[in-house]
Write a protein that binds this ligand. Structure first.
Ligand SMILES: Cc1cc2nc3c(=O)[nH]c(=O)nc-3n(C[C@H](O)[C@H](O)[C@H](O)COP(=O)(O)OP(=O)(O)OC[C@H]3O[C@@H](n4cnc5c(N)ncnc54)[C@H](O)[C@@H]3O)c2cc1C
Length: 499
């Protein structure tokens, strides 16, 4: 049996799910190539984190989205259990405040039924208000009990960890700069970290998917749509759990235009995420992730105008952030292979609901490979499970005692806001964290009320010690993001020996 080489480009949620899916086959040798220093550094790290039910996507206008979303939702219900991903299966409502909006809910219900979304219910009057009593003017609601929220960066990290344990090789800090086709014998993927031979290349490069597709001369989809990805920004507020969420469910308003609108989302940690708005950017602005005063105002004012004064005051917000949707020309996902370039598969234009659809996109990629002649031999011992990093503070006493007696660093609290111990941070570094952000995404250290004000210096010290680099070389997230300019000792001219 010959083994075929696969290079998956991009370690966002799509690349992660593709790598995990392909790791099930013993005749595939899978590399997951990512330009950043960690997985989940693109759109996957900054979105609402909703696992959508799938009623929103019009099957006539967006057939791929409509086909993959509700099935993706089902796969997430399995995946969060297998991989120990934090989730809040709180369900969602789309709230209507007048008759016109109630008519729109009926349309969404029909669409949901067409997309095979289970258990959708249209609730009117008191029944709707009982679900969300704090919302002003709520007249009816489309209730989707299968929706929930995850922390998308945690999810992508967990999926890659599992793929790795099943033989996938993640290669970070490796930007794909060119792809050569070697005379009908596959590809050479050229990266900043060396060249890799591949029989299959899966393009999951997010916002840069069009540029990667261009490297093999694929400029349009099989339906003749130009492959161009432009960024669409969405901005958010995060309010911490201590203020209590005003809503129990994910709350959408009736969608207007291209997006699902501004949403109230209780995340798995109890924080309330409010956003996003929707702002078209130029195709040159693929790194424009800054928040804006105007965008944040738009979000806050919309919620208060629509649902009443239910948000905590703005100064209680712990963080604002923005994410960039990878918007394709025709609005639908591009998941396909090409006759003129067999072996190259695009999984791009994955705007919302791409997080939800990712596990199904991975299956779709596999189907394309099979159509192009791949004959998979499933591994006898594929492992679907992944153990989480133990969260010492939330373990029952006896388990915590055992953990600490094995490694007493689990009793040294580093992040007081989120209750994260040194043992957890060391374990995160063992599992691949190379930056402060990498530690935060794996442990939540620094993501709480003080946003790292009190623990960041300690995290720098631990990263420095564990990675064997000087503290001033420790990075916040990407290359060039050192958090320390120099050591004070060096600044004042005191040598280490003089201590
Ligand atoms: C504001 C907003 C809200 C959203 N809310 C939701 C939601 O609630 N639910 C939902 O289902 N979906 C949501 N989405 C959509 C979802 O976030 C995306 O569909 C999903 O994250 C896309 O994942 P991806 O892997 O395609 O892209 P990315 O996460 O961007 O991953 C692509 C990766 O490719 C890497 N890369 C790029 N170029 C190269 C190269 N040349 N070489 C090597 N690596 C490269 C990048 O660094 C990146 O890590 C939202 C999106 C936004 C922006």
């Amino acid at each position: 049996m010959s083994v075929e080489d696969v290079v998956v480009i991009g370690a966002g949620i799509v690349g992660a799910c593709v790598a995990r899916e392909l790791s099930k086959y013993e005749n595939l040798n899978v590399k997951l190539v990512e330009k950043e220093l960690d997985v989940s550094c693109g759109t996957t790290k900054a979105n609402t984190g909703i696992i959508h039910a799938g009623y929103d996507d019009d099957p006539l206008q967006y057939p791929v989205r409509a086909r993959l979303c509700s099935k993706g939702n089902k796969l997430w219900h399995e995946m969060v259990e297998e991989l120990n991903i934090h989730v809040n299966w709180c369900g969602s409502i789309v709230g209507a405040t007048d008759d016109e909006e109630i008519a729109a809910l009926e349309l969404l219900l029909k669409r949901g039924i067409a997309n095979n979304v289970p258990d959708l219910k249209l609730l009117v009057g008191e029944e709707a208000r009982r679900l969300e009593p704090k919302l002003n003017n709520l007249k009816a609601a489309l209730y989707a009990p299968t929706e929930g929220t995850v922390l998308p960066f945690e999810a992508a990290i967990a999926i890659v960890e599992n793929a790795k344990s099943n033989g996938v090789l993640p290669i970070l800090d490796a930007k794909v700069v060119g792809i050569e086709q070697s005379n009908g014998c596959g590809f050479i993927v050229k990266t900043s970290a060396g060249d890799f031979k591949a029989d299959w290349v899966i393009n999951a490069a997010g916002l840069y998917g069009d540029e990667v597709s261009k490297m093999v001369g694929i400029l349009e989809t099989n339906n003749g749509v130009d492959i161009k990805i432009r960024p669409r920004r969405g901005e958010y507020w995060i309010f911490p759990s201590e203020y209590g969420s005003p809503v129990k469910h994910i709350v959408f308003s009736v969608p207007s235009g291209a997006t699902k609108g501004i949403v109230l989302t209780p995340d798995p940690e109890g924080s309330l995420i409010v956003g996003p708005n929707s702002e078209e950017l130029s195709s040159m602005d693929k790194e424009e992730k800054a928040t804006t005063r105007a965008g944040l105002n738009e979000v806050y004012k919309f919620v208060v105008g629509k649902w009443g004064p239910i948000l905590p005051p703005r100064n209680r917000c712990i963080k604002n952030f923005a994410g960039l949707r990878a918007e394709p020309q025709h609005g639908d996902f591009i998941v396909e292979g090409y006759k003129k370039c067999e072996g190259f598969i695009n999984a791009i234009g994955i705007r919302s609901p791409g997080l939800t659809s990712a596990p199904m996109i991975a299956k779709e990629v596999l189907n394309v490979m099979v159509e192009q002649g791949f004959k998979g031999k499933v591994k006898d011992k594929w492992n679907p499970y992944r153990a989480p990093i133990p969260r010492a503070i939330s373990l029952p006493y006896e388990q915590r005692r055992r953990l600490v007696s094995g490694d007493n660093r689990y009793s040294h609290l580093v992040c007081w806001c989120e209750g994260v111990s040194e043992g957890e941070i060391v374990e995160a570094i063992k599992r691949g964290a190379r930056t402060i952000q990498g530690v935060s995404f794996r442990t939540r250290a620094g993501l709480g009320r003080c946003q790292g004000m009190s623990c960041q210096s300690k995290i720098v010290e631990i990263l420095s010690r564990e990675l064997g680099v000087p503290p001033e070389k420790v990075l916040l997230k990407s290359k060039g993001s050192e958090v320390l300019a120099c050591r004070i000792k060096d600044l004042v001219g005191v040598s280490d020996e003089s201590n």
